[in-house]
Write a protein that binds this ligand. Structure first.
Ligand SMILES: Cc1cc2nc3c(=O)[nH]c(=O)nc-3n(C[C@H](O)[C@H](O)[C@H](O)COP(=O)(O)OP(=O)(O)OC[C@H]3O[C@@H](n4cnc5c(N)ncnc54)[C@H](O)[C@@H]3O)c2cc1C
Length: 523
């Protein structure tokens, strides 16, 4: 039994936290604590891929809301974030999409050691790709598999992309992913394969790893510019202090990590002082540079009763239970295409995501009959936002302002993507599955009406990053080894360190970042 003192204290058991708990405790000389605010990952819906949206607004979700978005008709957008072992990998859509080579080469231009060539081996270290592959790793802990049952509407979408002259990708995670493909998924035999399955289950029985759940870390303790431990509330609500002999590693995600730093007195003095927090280390970049992928959904009725609306039927449940196949193994977003708003762009700036169901209100609204969705995602927004404290109380959610569409060019590009998507819906291949527009999608309208619809209905694709940016300049929060600038014994390893959002999805880079961090620390 530990006396509350560890070599490494890891805060947050999302993908980064689980990777580090595994890699650091692999050395039996290290004593490691992994602390998670959420409960254990026991809900049945966590394992059933098509059920992910049923976890929204439950105790497995932080259930955040943004502040009013001036450019989105003053709406406060709902932001789910996983609050359980596995973090958001226990509630997400399982899409394994690393992004474009150019994403990481751009990081590498700013921070030595982070170019595509540098990070590729770390993606591959994570991956256990079943089946033939030229680009993925095949022996890592994280299973990445094909959909086991592809919806007929998804096949029609792929055919529509082909007919439109979009490139067919042999594998989605090629260095240049311009083109279309089915989505590879973090699944094994039709079941979600979360960070817990990949990295935590294999640590079972290690005496040098302590995992605490339902324990909210409230502050990092700092002494003379060194992190020496954390204060937390344990599952019974009692306060506890843990001591870190070597490092505290924050893996609490792009919302909670900057909140925790600010609660600990690390941040912009102009924000900390009014909140009544003593400034321990001025670091104005904490919470800034917030970026997210904004998505607009084209939703239409489907005249054929073949979509995932039928996923909860008795027949599909039997298929799932007996053969681990059928509609319940779908992640809904079964295929994607990466395209450009302007042909001469060096890399795609838009993603089209095909959903074999009407995805309205985050999948929480029962649709009126069968339908399909074509989501249009802005991959490289110019808009930037910020996470700030609402108060000095650690249980108060922070203020999340993504600043959606505050850069004018973002709306123009999104509209260009919607026009491309409309062309695909109107193709010969998809036409048999496309009926009338389904609310709130207005159907084909002029640019002005379309812009209004985007402002009234666009939603997050759940990819916040960037709030503790890696870099070498004054506003950067962590250095190229993910150590917090100006402090000792403190690292940040999660989506918040990404300097710029990738042209893909954000789970894969977080796993990669954590594998790299493990090497930095173990070295
Ligand atoms: C609904 C949804 C769908 C998504 N779909 C995809 C997808 O298909 N593909 C993809 O690539 N990405 C997807 N993402 C995004 C992806 O899951 C995240 O980018 C990734 O999980 C981020 O990892 P992280 O470690 O930064 O944070 P998280 O996964 O959010 O983990 C942070 C962990 O820290 C814990 N924590 C926070 N604060 C504290 C505290 N104070 N004390 C203790 N513990 C704390 C949290 O409870 C959580 O477990 C999706 C996300 C969501 C929410």
């Amino acid at each position: 039994m530990s006396d509350g003192s560890y070599d490494y204290i890891i805060v947050g058991a999302g993908p980064a936290g689980c990777v580090l708990a595994n890699r650091l405790s692999a050395n039996s000389a290290n004593e490691v604590a992994l602390i998670e605010a959420g409960r254990p990952d026991k809900a049945r819906e966590i394992r059933i891929p098509a059920a992910f949206s049923k976890l929204f607004t439950t105790p497995y979700d932080w259930n955040y809301r943004t502040v009013k978005q001036a450019q989105l008709a003053d709406r406060e957008l709902y932001w789910p974030r996983g609050k359980t072992l596995g973090g958001s990998t226990s509630i997400n859509a399982m899409m394994w999409v690393r992004g474009h080579q150019a994403d990481y080469d751009a990081w590498g231009e700013q921070i030595p050691g982070w170019s595509y060539a540098d990070v590729l081996p770390y993606f591959q270290r994570v991956e256990h790709r079943a089946g033939p592959t030229k680009v993925h790793g095949t022996t890592g802990p994280l299973f990445i598999e094909e959909l086991r049952t592809v919806n007929p509407t998804t096949r029609a979408f792929l055919a529509a992309c082909e007919a439109a002259g979009i490139r067919r990708l042999d594998e989605l995670n090629e260095p240049d992913h311009s083109g279309y493909s089915l989505t590879p998924l973090t699944q094994h035999r039709g079941r979600r394969w979360s960070a817990v399955d990949a990295y935590l289950v294999p640590t079972t029985g290690r005496p040098n790893l302590t995992v605490l759940t339902s324990s909210l870390v409230e502050r990092v303790q700092l002494q003379n510019f060194r992190a020496v431990g954390v204060s937390l509330r344990d599952a019974s609500g009692a306060p506890r202090e843990l001591t870190a002999r070597r490092e505290v590693i924050l893996c609490a995600g792009a919302v909670n990590t900057p909140q925790l730093l600010m609660l600990s007195g690390v941040g912009d003095p102009e924000q900390l002082t009014p909140a009544g927090i003593e400034v321990k280390h001025a670091l104005p970049g904490v919470g800034a540079n917030l970026q997210d992928h904004l998505a607009a959904g084209l939703v239409v009725h489907c005249p054929q009763p073949v979509t995932l609306v039928a996923a909860e039927s008795a027949g599909q449940l039997a298929k799932y239970l007996l053969r681990h196949s059928g509609m319940l193994t779908s992640n809904v977003a079964e295929a994607v295409a990466f395209v450009r708003s302007e042909p001469d762009l060096p890399a795609p700036d838009l993603e089209l995501i095909f959903g074999a169901a009407p995805f309205v209100e985050h999948g929480r609204t029962a649709p009126p009959g069968h339908g399909i969705t074509l989501g249009v995602v802005l991959l490289q927004p110019d808009s930037r936002g910020r996470v700030t404290l609402a108060s000095a109380n650690p249980t108060d959610p922070p203020l999340i302002d993504p600043g959606y569409l505050t850069a004018e060019a973002d709306l123009t590009r999104l509209i260009a993507g919607i026009r491309t998507a409309e062309g695909l819906l109107d193709s010969e291949a998809l036409r048999p599955f496309v009926g009338a527009p389904m609310a709130p999608w207005p159907g084909h309208v002029d640019d002005e009406t379309l812009a209004r619809s985007v402002r009234e209905h666009a939603e997050t694709l759940y990819h916040p990053v960037g709030t503790c940016r890696m870099g070498t300049d004054d506003d950067a929060v962590v250095d190229g080894e993910l150590k917090v600038h100006g402090l000792l014994g403190l690292r940040v390893v999660d989506a918040s360190v990404m300097p710029r959002i990738n042209r893909g999805h954000t789970m894969a880079p977080v796993y990669m970042l954590a594998e790299r961090a493990a090497d930095f620390i173990n070295a």
